[in-house]
Design a protein around this ligand. Structure first.
Ligand code: SF4
Ligand code: SF4
Length: 309
């Protein structure tokens, strides 16, 4: 079992492409005790290799808490990873000082996220130092770079190019959606495909949102209720997971993908709601499931042709 946990919405940055659920004025909504309890419940439910991906917001704003969560996950036999924007890597000694206790607690992988939107909050050289320090300590590294259409034609800044060369994994992902400011990123900057994305849902993990909602995935768009299956504040993890696996809508997403809802949506006379192009399966999915009418049609279609659990 792999479970993403947004341990905080608080962040030192307020990147334009990110949701307004993350930022400097956001307060922690899940207590450390609640997160430890959900890790325990995941361990009780788990039958294979357990994995916890600790994300935010910016998990490194409270490093004592982060270390406690990593140590607890590790004590349960889980592979524990986390994500950061690298703001703390002001020098190599400082980056090593910050990461060494987390490595001792059991941290196995760190993702460093960056983009031109991060730049007013985190200098590119800190991204390079964060990757270099993690590599030196034997922590696997992933560089996660968010891009828009015009970014594809710009060479990376030298520190980012060096970080790319050092990282174990480099992931470029497209900015989709308007982010926290609807006027900041024009739709013409979204990277879209000429054809309808026809693949299946790629979700490998459910996700606990920073307010405790149990979500079908960690895709950045799913604010819609169609992705949520309870809140770990008042519902056991086992029940949230049961609701997700009982959802005909999500079973169809996983077996046939969001494009399988399009014939029913078009037949229902909702084709004008569709965009002319989408970036990928998740872009199509989050768009369909953010509209109540398209959700209703998709649910009805999924329940009529239900794939067995
Ligand atoms: S993209 Fe990352 S660094 Fe930027 S505001 Fe969101 S959580 Fe913070
Ligand atoms: S297809 Fe939908 S449910 Fe699956 S990962 Fe993408 S956004 Fe999430």
């Amino acid at each position: 079992m792999r479970l993403g946990i947004e341990i905080t919405g608080r962040c030192n940055a307020a990147c334009l492409h990110c949701s307004s659920a993350c930022g400097p004025t956001v307060r922690d909504r899940l207590s450390t005790g609640e997160i430890l309890a959900v890790m325990d419940q995941a361990s009780e439910l788990n039958t294979g290799q357990l994995e916890f991906a600790l994300t935010g917001g910016e998990p490194f704003l409270d490093r004592r808490r982060l270390r406690e969560l990593i140590a607890h996950g590790t004590s349960l036999g889980a592979i524990v990873s986390c994500v950061s924007n690298g703001f703390w890597a002001s020098s190599m000694p400082r980056a090593l000082d910050v990461l060494a206790p987390l490595k001792t607690a059991g941290l196995q992988m760190i993702g460093i996220s960056t983009s031109r939107f991060h730049r007013q909050y985190v200098e590119a050289v800190r991204v390079e130092l964060a990757i270099a320090a993690a590599s030196q300590l034997g922590i696997r590294t992933m560089l996660k770079i968010a891009i828009t259409k015009s970014d594809r034609y710009l060479p990376p800044e030298p520190p980012i190019a060096r970080a790319e060369a050092m990282a174990d994994v480099v992931e470029h992902f497209a900015v989709i959606g308007h982010g926290r400011d609807p006027s900041a990123i024009d739709e013409s900057e979204w990277i879209t495909s000429e054809t309808i994305p026809v693949g299946r849902c790629p979700s490998a993990a459910a996700n606990i949102a920073e307010d405790g909602r149990y979500m079908a995935c960690c895709s950045s768009g799913p604010a819609s209720p169609a992705f949520a299956f309870g809140n770990i504040g008042d519902t056991p993890l086992r029940e949230c997971a049961r609701r997700l696996s009982a959802s005909a809508l999500h079973r169809q997403l996983r077996s046939h993908g969001p494009a399988s809802f399009l014939p029913a949506i078009i037949q229902a006379g909702l084709s004008e709601k569709l965009r002319p192009a989408y970036h990928d399966v998740c872009d199509l999915c989050t768009h369909l499931l953010s509209d109540p009418q398209m959700v209703a049609v998709s649910k009805q279609q999924a329940e009529t042709f239900a794939v067995p659990p």
